[in-house]
Design a protein around this ligand. Sequence first.
Ligand code: 13P
Length: 259
Amino acid sequence: MRQPLIAGNWKMNLDLASGRSLVEGIRAGLAELTLPAGFEVAVCPPAVYLFPIAGAIDGSSLQLGAQDVFHETGGAFTGELAPAMIAETGARFVIIGHSERRHTIGHLEDDQMINRKVRAALAAGLTPILCVGEMLDEREAGRTFDVLTFQLSAGLIGVELDAPERLVVAYEPVWAIGTGRTATPQQAQEAHAHLRSLLQARFPKHADTVRILYGGSMKPDNAAALIGQPDVDGGLVGGASLKAESFLGIIRAALAAVG
Ligand code: 13P
């Protein structure tokens, strides 16, 4: 049985003081909940806050994740961060291939680079949260499954999976990110089931236990219906992860959905 992962992607938001008080609020809320074994909650702050936020979560069940990583182990790559550097902060997860890095930010990451990052992260002991998702025009053209097939397959080229917890996939329909539009639970389930079938072909032993998160305007009031779907195993949460109350609301909704 898969237990949810609720991961907060802070993106380029908050300052250190507000990040710390957000963590304090999440910790206080979590202390009042009983999460089943395997139910995990993570925060993914900007890289410059990884070390101090690692300190802020110390002694709690909260996990730490980074928002990106470079694919080389070291060298003349000004401004980039090697997987071992990310791991040294205490981060366990790293988001790779987020749509804002694929489509919005100047670097325009392609699938080959994303694949190199996934492999490099795994080699350093990090767990990639590999993001995939279609743009609005691709959905409207009926190409959603093709896009997901391509992005997932390309992202996983050459990847060997020794345990299901070493990989997380996030379905993030680009048209639902930061727009207030959410995939319906049925749209999410269809996409997740498709991703699961691809994982089944690729990693027959582990596909049923790899978590597939939904990301795209997940909020306390839509989280239970989304996470209640058979193949939706949690959320990668942007805007609603920036306030303790809304992030905790999603955690509570996930608890209710799996409880
Ligand atoms: P929003 O929850 O703000 O739509 O962002 C989703 C996302 O991109 C998470 O990685």
